[in-house]
Design a protein around this ligand. Structure first.
Ligand code: ZN
Ligand code: ZN
Length: 329
């Protein structure tokens, strides 16, 4: 079968590999779509992965069952969670794989087939198209929904989305759908314009006047919530500078740097900070409901490529000139 190999230093190629075989409890999925995620860029630009890739958002059809799989059958359409818990602890029992102490990440999904534990598969409604399903069962829209649930207070009106990569754009689409006033901020023109098309009421290209402009838009108080989707020193600083007293800063962006000071950032203005990672398996049916209620997640897709052209797709995505990019074997 064909699989994308990330060869490192921002290069990739499609190679031939033996099809995966299922261990007990696992299933083989014939891939219908996989999506490129911003979190893959570190691997793509860095060392790559020999004979493999970091693809972790995919949907497809069950074609083979490992021993002991009783909840799925060949021919069924599924979406996969790439974070998979042990399956028998208290967190897994309520669909919170990300809180399982033995959770593992699965990838290799930019391929004609991939293997995944059966418990990580969500059956897709028959009328849900593949493109929509890719976003609804993956972190592309899963993270924005998981985030939305943490900031569902009715008094929250204005939300700043700081950083408009695919997760930031997903937050714009989600929060606009939920009726919030959205201010979308990035340093890349393409993304700022795209955010406006997804429902950002005020798209802003960040410069030295950013905080002043957000204060002007919020009667000098600051936004009720700021979602940092960049994880950069500047975006984190700007997030705290543009949130109101008693407001909420949500972290979607990843960073291992020490960026915060309690007195400056939290105490004196009584700021709430919320960490947010991936989504819960238990939230996938809620995603289907959102789609039925009119959330058009395909708006966030800007490019579709055959798997053969995945190297080109990654190059384009890496330049920041795309929304969500889908691959099709
Ligand atoms: Zn991802
Ligand atoms: Zn568990």
């Amino acid at each position: 079968m064909k699989i994308l190999e990330m060869t490192g230093n921002a290069t990739a190629r499609v190679i031939d590999a033996a099809p995966p075989a299922p261990a007990p409890g696992e299933v083989i999925i014939e891939t219908a779509r996989s999506a490129i995620c911003g979190s893959e860029m570190k691997t793509y630009r860095g060392k790559g992965i020999a004979s493999s890739n970091s693809g972790h958002e995919a949907v497809g059809t069950v074609v083979e069952l490992g021993d002991g799989v009783t909840n799925l059958a060949p021919g069924q359409r599924i979406g996969a969670s790439a974070v998979v818990g042990c399956g028998h602890c208290a967190e897994c029992a309520v669909g919170r794989f990300t809180w399982c102490r033995s959770a593992k990440s699965w990838s290799r999904m930019h391929a004609e087939r991939f293997v995944i534990p059966a418990r990580a598969c969500s059956r897709l409604p028959d009328d849900l198209p593949w493109d929509e399903a890719t976003l609804l069962t993956g972190d592309g829209m899963g993270v924005p929904w998981h985030t939305a649930k943490k900031i569902d207070r009715p008094d929250i009106e204005t939300i700043v989305v700081m950083g408009l990569g695919p997760i930031g754009l997903g937050n714009v689409l989600m929060q606009a759908h939920l009726g919030r006033r959205v201010i979308g901020v990035d340093i890349v023109d393409y993304r700022v314009h795209f955010a406006a098309r997804l429902g950002a009421d005020v798209p802003i290209k960040a410069d030295e006047t950013l905080i002043e402009r957000i204060m002007d838009l919020t009667d000098g108080e600051g936004a009720d919530v700021v979602i940092d989707c960049a994880g950069k020193r500047a975006s984190v600083a700007n997030s705290f500078a543009s949130v109101r007293r008693g407001g909420i800063v949500v972290f979607n962006g990843e960073s291992m740097e020490e960026l915060l000071a309690p007195s400056r950032d939290f105490n004196r203005r009584e700021i709430w900070a919320v960490g947010c990672w991936y989504y819960f398996m238990s939230e996938v049916p809620e995603m289907f409901d959102l789609w039925r209620s009119g959330l058009d997640v395909t708006k966030i897709i800007t490019h579709r490529f055959p798997l053969d052209d995945a190297p080109e797709a990654f190059k384009l995505f890496d330049q920041g000139q795309t929304g969500k990019v889908l691959l099709r074997p």
